[in-house]
Design a protein around this ligand. Structure first.
Ligand SMILES: [Zn+2]
Length: 494
């Protein structure tokens, strides 16, 4: 029997702002769509957290026995700089600055994205469609919306008519906004703006002669609006009605609101049963932003090559760190938090390693089935991974007591213990047992710290021959020393 028949999952639905019992449209099958990255730069660590949350959700749904079709797109056109209808296309701009083809930009950063996700042990989605691969589908939806009267054409562009739509449907229901408030809070349209109302959004934009990413359409050469691609790709692969739509909190408005409006305008009903939103990642208590320098790339964590870190952290440790927070909570990344997570991760892996050899006794001193159900209860409560991890550590406590001979476990219960631990730690949380490499990096840190100390002594004694030799030979081995007022730190290149 499938687990989902006995384990009743509840999910927090942003659309109703409540936790609801999860009942997919077709029993046993789940359709899930998650907005993917715009591939114009290296993947952001905050985005990694969002995608990791949905990777965990994908894994748990599969663990429960659902057949899941998971669609996560690649945005390779149409995403303008201000996230709305103005500014340059993010990919075209990068291509212009670097004097390469837009598709070279797309290729480079799609490869980067996949590399990073692989290091984090993500499962690949079932389908990974691109916006440029679905221009025809997008044009078809625009035609339908025009036919139904919820869009208008002006100067070879097509805009969604939010005011008209709101007369028949409700614009703003996902983000809890009212159109009247939006109208009273916005300034007059700029003189050059051709839209009827500031809330209207582009379905199709006319391509100016210098715009290199362009496609023919009934309205002339142009490109699709950013919100439209997700409607086109989710409808194509999951149908007009599907179970889960996910993404970062920041996409709720306007992106997801516009997706709902487009679907309702073109086929008359709401597209998604459960809207799930993942929260953001901050760095040292502040929002991450390239412009302020409060920013870190995934690879900088894996190599330790960033001034906020005292050492490198493995992808599994970072994954464990992220899973220690609920996906709807803000999570703050810092060196201290990663160090603490590393200790926890190592304690967990040490307990799991060699479980097969655990001694068994005639009886069990603790109720293994009750413990297993507590693990499921945590996950069934809107994927509460921090509570799950607390329960796993409850298991670790018993494992250690058994290893010390202070408790015992029956042969049958031992099987349940091993199976439960493996399922949750590896299949659901997606961690990998890289215990040895964790220890190796600890040892390496110790050795390099020792060499830094010897180098400092050499420098204090004006023995610069020795101090330079230490620095240069470490560099040759891929270990870079960095001197600053606060002392010397090091980083390891991968
Ligand atoms: Zn999207």
């Amino acid at each position: 029997m499938q687990l989902y028949k006995t384990q009743h999952l509840k999910v927090y639905n942003s659309l109703s702002s409540t936790k609801e019992l999860f009942e997919p449209i077709n029993e046993g099958h789940v359709g899930m769509y998650v907005c993917g990255p715009t591939v114009y730069s290296n993947v952001h660590l905050g985005n990694c957290r969002t995608f990791m949350s949905f990777d965990m959700i994908f894994r748990y749904l599969r663990h429960l026995g659902y057949k899941v079709r998971y669609v996560r797109n690649i945005t390779d056109a149409g995403h303008l700089e201000d996230d709305a209808d103005q500014g340059e296309d993010k990919i075209a701009k990068k291509a212009r600055l670097e004097q390469i083809e837009p598709m070279e930009v797309v290729q480079r950063y799609t490869v980067d994205f996949h590399n990073i996700l692989q290091k984090f042990n993500f499962l690949p989605p079932s389908i990974e469609p691109t916006a440029t691969g679905h221009i025809i589908e997008q044009i078809e939806i625009i035609k339908e919306i025009l036919d139904k009267g919820y869009a208008y054409e002006i100067n070879d562009s097509v805009y969604f008519d939010v005011k008209k739509f709101n007369e028949d449907y409700e614009y703003g229901k996902l983000s809890g906004r009212k159109l009247e408030d939006m109208i009273s809070n916005t300034r007059e349209l700029a003189a050059q703006d051709e839209k009827k109302n500031p809330q209207d959004f582009a379905l199709w934009k006319k391509a100016e002669p210098q715009h290199i990413m362009r496609w023919p359409s009934p309205w002339g050469d142009g490109f699709p609006g950013w919100h439209l691609e997700c409607t086109a790709m989710s409808t194509k692969y999951l149908g007009e009605n599907f179970d889960i739509h996910g993404g970062g909190m920041d996409l709720k408005f306007p992106h997801h609101e516009c997706e709902i409006a487009q679907a309702e305008a073109s086929n008359g009903h709401s597209p998604v049963k459960y809207w799930l939103h993942a929260n953001m990642l901050t760095l040292n208590g502040k929002k991450m932003a390239k412009s302020t320098g409060n920013n870190i790339l995934p690879n900088e964590i894996f190599t330790g090559n960033n001034s906020i870190l005292s050492k490198a952290f493995s992808p599994s440790v970072v994954r464990f760190f992220m899973m220690q927070a609920h996906y709807t909570s803000i999570l703050d990344l810092s060196n201290e938090a990663l160090l603490a997570s590393e200790k926890g991760y190592q304690r967990l892996m040490e307990a799991i390693t060699g479980l097969d050899g655990l001694n068994t006794g005639a009886n069990s001193d603790f109720d293994i089935k009750e413990w297993r159900q507590k693990c499921y209860d945590a996950m069934n409560d809107d994927f509460n991974t921090p509570i799950l991890i607390a329960n796993l550590f409850e298991g670790v406590k018993h494992i250690n007591l058994i290893k010390e001979g202070k408790e015992q476990l029956s042969e049958e219960d031992k099987k349940i213990l091993i199976e439960t631990m493996n399922s949750f730690v590896f299949d659901v949380l997606g961690l990998e047992n890289k215990n040895d490499s964790g220890k190796d990096s600890e040892k390496l840190s110790g050795v390099v710290e020792l060499l830094i100390e010897l180098r400092n002594e050499a420098r204090a004694n004006k023995d610069f021959g020795t101090s330079d030799k230490i620095r240069d030979q470490l560099a040759a081995l891929g270990v870079q020393l960095k001197d600053s007022k606060e002392g010397t730190t090091f980083s390891v290149s991968s």
